[in-house]
Design a protein around this ligand. Structure first.
Ligand code: ADP
Ligand code: ASP
Ligand code: MG
Length: 414
């Protein structure tokens, strides 16, 4: 008998019919004798709808504590509906919100981190033969305030519960049948991966592949939770996220996947007097405003002045531009430029470590399509480039082909 934590995402619980299908599926697992803890998201579209309501009443700037009180209701609806559907099928079940379980988090509303999970209540219910249905995406802080874990946070709830309960597997059920070489909605010839290492999955998630929330992968790697991504309603092995196996990685393809992010924007400050401390003068005020900087490029000085470019999330663009213009006048820089709509494309793979020339192969493929590279950043297992947003899909497809990731034409897709 196994203990399995299963998570069903928004589209998988997007209607009464789908919730009924999920209940049927869980019933089958129960009949095999497995203990099941289920984590569910809000019905698809619901979290967006709630955030939109909050924005309407606050001119776009809801108080984070109250926003959390509201958006957490999305998941409260689905846990109750799923528990009802299970009970109706004679499967004993009970639902809990994050605070009822006591998923203790810090107090950073809208992006809280899980600190501790009390597993007593869950264990008692499992022992009594119940399926436990837990609301994803939410927790409670020391003072009893409701918190949420950031978009896509139900993945993290599931992995954290699996770690706390030492579950045999954490299964993430979604609307694709695994992790693909790239988003199958963008590249129809993307291929499902049998397995992918935690390290690569973390890099893919961080670079924009939102099939798993970044923190859920971090958590799974840290606590060694066996993690699998599967289709909610189609049979299949899905994709296993595994520990890196040195021997096997020698035979791995150079590139495992291609990630992309459309949410970034770029800022450049030109003609900056090239003196020690200048990077700090430019980025200090940006970080003081709680804006996260992603890529940074500083050019070699010329005429004792230099150019400095960095990227931030699009939501922070206006704010960052204002701050940078102020800094420019203070330090005597010549001019500030901004581009709110760039895209970042990244190739990811542990196989890169043992192969030279990966970056140049990437640049060659982009050059062939006439795509200009604006910024480059590399690490041991990835190369990222910033390009004009309108070329994003072309770039991803060209790279997918150049690194021989395309599925045979006949392979059936989701
Ligand atoms: P859920 O609501 O179940 O959490 P998400 O929308 O968060 O589902 O994640 C699933 C989606 O992730 C897929 O529909 C797919 O478009 C997208 N995605 C992006 N990159 C990948 C990838 N490399 N492999 C599979 N899916 C991906
Ligand atoms: N409902 C939340 C969201 O849409 C959490 C999740 O689905 O994982 O971001
Ligand atoms: Mg998700």
């Amino acid at each position: 008998m196994a203990l399995i934590v299963q998570k069903f995402g928004g589209t998988s619980v997007g209607s009464v019919e789908r919730i009924q299908q999920v209940a049927d599926k869980i019933k089958k697992f129960r009949e095999r004798g497995d203990d099941i803890v289920v984590v569910v998201s809000a019905m698809s579209g619901e979290t967006n709808r709630l955030i939109d309501l909050a924005k309407q009443i606050t001119d776009g700037r809801p108080v984070p504590r109250e926003l959390d009180v509201m958006v957490s209701t999305g998941e409260q609806v689905t846990i109750a509906l799923l528990a009802m559907a299970l009970i109706k099928r004679d499967v004993p079940a009970i639902s809990y919100t994050g605070s009822q379980v006591r998923i203790l988090t810090d107090s950073s509303h809208t992006k809280a981190r899980i600190l501790q999970i009390d597993d007593q209540r869950l264990r008692a219910d499992l022992k009594a033969g119940r399926v436990v249905v837990v609301a994803g995406f939410q927790g409670v802080d020391e003072q009893g305030n409701i918190t949420t874990l950031g978009r896509g946070g139900s993945d993290t709830t599931a992995v954290a519960l699996a770690a706390a309960l030492k579950a045999d597997e954490c299964q993430i059920y979604t609307d694709v049948d695994g992790v693909y070489t790239t988003d199958p909605r963008v590249v129809s010839r993307a291929r499902r991966l049998e397995k992918i290492t935690f390290e690569e999955m973390l890099e893919m998630a961080s670079l924009g592949s939102k099939v798993l929330q970044i923190r859920s992968v971090e958590f799974a790697g840290k606590y060694n939770v066996p993690l699998r991504v599967l289709h909610s309603f189609k049979e299949g092995p899905g994709t296993l996220i595994t520990i890196d196996d040195e021997e096997e990685s020698m035979e791995q393809p150079i590139i495992s996947g291609i990630a992309f992010n459309r949410d970034e924007s770029k800022l450049t400050i030109r003609g900056v007097p090239d003196t020690p401390g200048v990077a700090f003068k430019i980025l200090g005020p940006i970080s003081a405003a709680n804006i996260e900087v992603d890529m940074i490029v500083q050019n070699v000085a010329h005429d004792n002045t230099t150019d400095f470019t960095f990227t931030v999330n699009q939501v922070d663009y206006d704010n960052a531009l204002r701050i940078l213009e102020k800094t420019a006048s203070e330090i005597g820089a010549r001019v500030v430029h901004g581009d709110p709509s760039i895209a970042k494309v990244s190739i990811v793979g542990v196989g890169m470590r043992s192969h030279a020339g990966v970056a140049s192969r990437m640049f060659e493929a982009l050059a062939k399509e006439g795509i200009n590279i604006q910024m480059i950043s590399t690490s041991e297992i990835k190369v990222s480039v910033v390009i004009e947003e309108k070329y994003l899909e072309l770039a991803v497809r060209a790279l997918h082909t150049a690194f021989e990731l395309d599925a045979p034409v006949s392979q059936e897709k989701n």
